[in-house]
Design a protein around this ligand. Structure first.
Ligand code: MN
Length: 196
């Protein structure tokens, strides 16, 4: 089960707490939004099914979504993004071949990396099911939205999101596509497994 940002982790605790009769701190209902830029990484991962892992640093972890069809610069394109387990921040450096018999076995290249900037408070946005953010990567640029699907809202926790390019200078209705090689080794994900 993917862990949620701090605010929803506190939700169950707050539900059991009274605000009177104790001097214990409650913690804010909505923690102060973290402002500023943070790390993001995309790993192209040839597991049983090829996908791109979009990971955004939030609350000391990398919140992660698997995007099977990858990224489109066309704002009319909605790409399914399935939320998966939070990963440690150190995972952002990973490129290699996950050995057979392990979770996610297969080669994974560092497809893109950079900083991301939340344009709305992300912890609150996560709870509401909408994240608006800007990517400053080598390949991915401009403003993007992640929206939790209605279907997902009926199940807890909702795992299905849609990734959509926002209309801005980086949007192209006729996308030319992104280079597919690793930004660190220059290898394609297919070549990485052969390089072993
Ligand atoms: Mn993966």
């Amino acid at each position: 089960m993917p862990a949620s940002p701090k605010s929803s982790r506190l939700g169950a605790y707050h539900a059991k707490r009274r605000t009177d009769g104790t001097s214990e701190p409650m913690g804010a209902a909505t923690p102060a939004p973290s402002v500023g830029d943070r790390l993001f990484v995309v790993q192209k991962h040839a597991a049983r099914r090829l996908h791109y892992d979009l990971r955004l640093e939030m609350d000391g972890v990398l919140m992660s979504w698997a995007v099977p069809r990858g990224f489109s610069t066309d704002p009319a394109e909605k790409r399914m993004a399935v939320q998966v387990e939070d990963h440690p921040v150190e995972y952002a450096d990973y490129e290699g071949v996950i050995p057979d018999g392990n979770y996610g076995a297969g080669p994974s290249i560092m497809w893109d990396r950079g900083r991301w900037v939340a344009l709305e408070p992300p912890e609150e946005g996560f709870l509401k099911g909408k994240l608006l953010f800007e990517l400053h990567g080598y390949k991915l640029r401009g403003v993007w939205t992640l929206v939790r699907t209605k279907r997902a809202r009926q199940t807890e926790p909702g795992k299905e999101w849609l990734l959509i390019k926002h209309r801005d200078a980086w949007a192209h209705p006729e996308p030319s596509g992104f280079p597919e090689e690793s930004i660190v080794s220059g290898l394609l994900v297919e070549e990485l497994s052969q390089a072993r």
